[in-house]
Design a protein around this ligand. Sequence first.
Ligand code: HEC
Ligand code: HEC
Length: 308
Amino acid sequence: MKKLILFLSLASLMFAFEYKAPANYPSGEVGELVKLGEDIVNNTDTHPLTKDLVGNKLQCKSCHLKGSDGKVGTGEGISSWIGTAAAFPAWSKREKTVQSLQDRSNNCFMRSMNGKRPIIDTEASMAIAAYITWLSEGHTIKMNEKGPWSVHNTKLYPKGVKHFKAIQKKATHANYVAGKAVYASQCASCHGQNGEGIAGAFPPLWGKDANGNWLSYNTGAGMSKLDKAAAWVKSNMPLGQGNSLSDQEVADVVIYMNAQERAPFDLKTRLLPKEEMGYYNSKVLEEKHTVETNFKEFGLDLKTIKGE
Ligand code: HEC
Ligand code: HEC
């Protein structure tokens, strides 16, 4: 009996995720690169190596949340980076190719960060990969044939996306109105009445600043898709109170959030000129989205939903 208990507790230790960065940085050049990567994921829009590739006021940490150890990406919700490096190379349906961790991170620049795709294996790209790989130390490699996510996210994310899609496909103007009320009571205190955020404290969710610059993720980002954003919000928001809102409240608040003004996405304008960029690991070379088309994909008409 004792042996069985020992075995079971060892087994659960082996399979349980610990949401913490390793206690120490690696030594030497690798350690230096991990620290550089950590600096970049904390300060993506202002860091000298990445600021020109970012077209909004977000950082990687805006969505890959900090955990109790204060490290970017160790949060326990969906889009945690704990174990992520152990899933790559991984299949990506969006690009229709098998992607490296660098590909995956670089793609976030042109979508979530509303900017341009970094050149593969440049210092910034390697530094981010080194940081994320450090967070996966000790995790068993398990390549992902279904999506470019860690084992942790594969368990939670596709299931949540499917669930919310079924709810949101039935949306009407009433859900938009309900979502607006949820936003005012649960989100606006941090993200602002008009999604503008509070500089240095809370990231913006939509719209432009006074100079006409976009503030948040564009319409090609995972977060701009109603179902994906709902799975993420359910798990992570309001900050520190993930899983506190009902599924309907989350579905509605995301319909409201993603119906607001957001930069269009045209893949061709997001890639550097071929001579400069080199190889782009994707079989999909044409891709366009707007707020309207993101709603249309759910069979929803944006104007009707907004009551215009
Ligand atoms: C606006 C939110 C947002 C921002 C900002 C963002 N990401 Fe992501 N990221 C996501 C979401 C949502 C997913 C998972 C869903 C998907 O595949 O669309 C994801 C997935 C990933 C993954 C796969 C992780 C896994 O195990 O599931 C990596 C790696 C990643 N992002 C890197 C980055 C890097 C590097 C940056 C900064 C340059 C960044 N992201 C900025 C939202 C964001
Ligand atoms: C207590 C403050 C707080 C509340 C309330 C809150 N958030 Fe957030 N939210 C944050 C912070 C802080 C981050 C980014 C984390 C970081 O930078 O470390 C964030 C990130 C986000 C992001 C990804 C980054 C971006 O700007 O696009 C989305 C989307 C989001 N929140 C939506 C919501 C929604 C929807 C609600 C209401 C249901 C909500 N939040 C409530 C503080 C809050």
